[in-house]
Design a protein around this ligand. Structure first.
Ligand code: G6P
Length: 479
């Protein structure tokens, strides 16, 4: 049956596990995009989510015809998938949008890159074809993220009747970084996105970067006042009529009731009790991230070390709980980053630890229940990405905190736009300033901390996933 609301994202709401006896079990998929969209789509029972098969078990499920209602997985051949996901999406586009290149050595756009780009185009093509097959007349199609930048343009050619949006969950590169991409590739990327009726971002910082970058390739941004939720970009591709694309901002927030309920499950209560025993009457500085270069975990640890050096009164009186769960471990740069995080934490423990005090406790497991327990316990939350689309951890902690939590937040997080007034804000590269902000956060009077936490929680819940999704659907229907 043709669908009227379709979502396309690399990751689906579930993935499969293959048991030793050959049975397939569906598990909930991970990541901020998946949790936000799953919550929103729970209220859209007729919607279809198209995603990629991510593992051998997923591919096996597709081959056996095993599926869940509302989900279609695409079985993309593993070499194409690897070039698209590891090669272009995670090694090129992720690094471009997060400004992560090690400039003397990277990036290098050579013949291998061109092969990977072809894989990326093939992978995007598979999504465009599947969407064109499944969408009903005039349906709304909401394409997600940098993995699928070429889909809107291609889908518009296949199905001019559809209403198409693209939402970027990451930052958007500044024109300087975007300008590093080969000209033809950058043009394909921008024209792909401009195939959408609406292009959405979490914050104006990224939307403005997109509009500025769109000038490079003969598409002009006509900017309205900065406070506007939407602006237009008019563009004309050679041989085609002029069209316009709306650039809009939808800052994803947290569903307060749902998150609080999750954070008070018996499993989380048990983990909280265990953490309380470990931390004792010390203060807890908490961080929770994928082990991801953009999250800036190393500079966070260096700042903690500087705190213990510059303010020795905190020695023995504070514990740093860092959950850094593994991500994209197929890529060497992620594996070595994970290793560097572990090693630095060990060095800090060797340098400052005593018989009854371990300064840093690192957990490298993906354990959401433990993270929620740490959220509730935190006296201080450290969220210091160099550049981050939104960062939902900064929004989740104030919402579930038991006794109020001071937030140290970097200017690089998308959440900075909404949370800066009640957070202690830092330049993510400035380790000394981060150490001083940690000191100020640890020293904050309990009353002030609680008041700030309440205001942070109010800002964090302003646009929960369902409203975030509905607003985009409405904009698309009006477009
Ligand atoms: C970011 C991206 C998402 C992605 C998630 C996890 O939040 O915006 O699209 O799903 O990271 O990354 P992964 O590569 O594991 O899907």
């Amino acid at each position: 049956m043709a669908s009227q609301v379709l979502v396309a994202a690399n990751r689906g709401p579930l993935s499969y596990e293959l048991g030793d006896d050959g049975t397939l079990t569906a598990r909930r998929g991970g990541g901020g995009l998946v949790s936000g969209l799953s919550a929103a789509l729970a209220r859209q029972p007729e919607a279809l989510w198209i995603c990629a098969a991510l593992s051998d078990a997923d591919r096996e499920a597709v081959r056996r015809g095993v599926s869940e209602t509302g989900v279609r997985m695409l079985d993309i051949d593993p070499t194409t998938y690897d070039g698209a996901y590891n090669g272009i999406a995670n090694s090129v586009l992720w690094f471009t949008h997060h400004h992560l290149y090690d400039i003397p050595r990277e990036p290098v756009f050579d013949a291998r890159f061109r092969q990977q780009w072809d894989a990326y185009a093939a992978y995007n093509h598979a999504f465009a074809v599947a969407l064109a097959e499944e969408a009903g007349e005039g349906a709304a199609v909401l394409v997600q993220d940098y993995h699928l930048a070429l889909v809107p343009g291609e889908l518009r050619e296949l199905r001019p009747d559809l209403r198409i949006s693209h939402f970027t969950h990451t930052p958007w590169a500044s024109p300087e970084f975007l300008g590093m991409l080969p000209d033809d590739i950058r043009a394909q990327l921008l024209w792909g996105m401009l195939g959408a009726d609406v292009v959405g971002f979490h914050t104006w910082a990224w939307a403005e970067a997109f509009v500025a970058g769109a000038h490079i390739d003969d598409a002009s941004g006509s900017a309205g006042p900065a406070g506007d939720r939407r602006r237009g970009v008019r563009h004309r591709k050679a041989g085609a009529d002029a069209r316009s694309t709306e650039v809009a901002v939808y800052p994803l927030g947290v569903d307060e009731d749902e998150l609080r309920a999750l954070a008070h499950r018996p499993e989380v209560n048990d983990k909280l009790a265990a953490l309380r025993t470990e931390v004792g009457d010390r203060k807890a500085i908490v961080r929770v991230d994928r082990t991801e270069l953009s999250k800036n975990i190393i500079r966070g640890l260096l700042a903690y070390r500087e705190l213990l050096t510059a303010h020795p009164e905190w020695r023995g009186r504070v514990v740093h709980l860092a959950s850094a769960y593994p991500s994209r471990q197929d890529l060497e740069v992620y594996r070595s980053y994970t290793q560097a995080v572990r090693e630095l934490a060990e060095r800090i423990n060797e340098e400052f630890g005593t018989r009854d005090w371990q300064p840093v406790l690192v957990s490298v497991k993906d354990d959401f229940a433990r993270s929620l327990a740490a959220y509730r316990l935190a006296d201080v939350a450290l969220v210091n990405p160099v550049r981050d689309g939104m960062n939902l951890v900064a929004k989740e902690i104030p919402v579930v905190s038991d006794a109020g939590c001071a937030l140290v937040l970097s200017t690089g997080a998308g959440a900075y736009g909404e949370l800066r007034e009640d957070a202690l804000t830092v330049n993510p590269y400035d380790v000394t300033a981060t150490a001083e902000a940690l000191h100020a956060a640890l020293s904050m009077p309990a009353g002030e901390r609680l008041e700030r936490t309440k205001r942070l929680a109010a800002a964090a819940t302003a646009l929960p996933p369902t409203a975030w999704f509905t607003a985009q659907l409405d904009a698309l229907r009006e477009a």
